[in-house]
Write a protein of this length. Structure first.
Length: 86
């Protein structure tokens, strides 16, 4: 599979952030740029967790990258919600 590249990760981050916003409804991180940032941070976090737990080198397909970034973005939104309540 060809390398996703920076633009590809931004697109995956936007999609993951937007999808996580639909699943985990909070009042934070709404809009295009916040969704991209949450998705990218989620991708980094999800990739790190997958690497540590599954001992993989990361996703090898676009769909795998989207799933990892989505799960990480949901976790990021959860952590933002916890931090806001304090």
């Amino acid at each position: 599979m060809p390398e996703i590249g920076a633009i590809g990760w931004i697109v995956v981050g936007f999609l993951a952030g937007a999808l996580s916003g639909l699943v985990y409804r909070t009042r934070t991180a709404r809009g295009c740029l916040p969704n991209i940032l949450v998705g990218i941070v989620g991708g980094l976090l999800g990739g790190w967790i997958a690497e540590q737990l599954l001992h993989t080198s990361g996703p090898t397909t676009w769909f795998g990258a989207l799933i990892v970034a989505f799960l990480g973005a949901v976790l990021v939104r959860f952590l933002i919600g916890v931090a806001e309540r304090r």
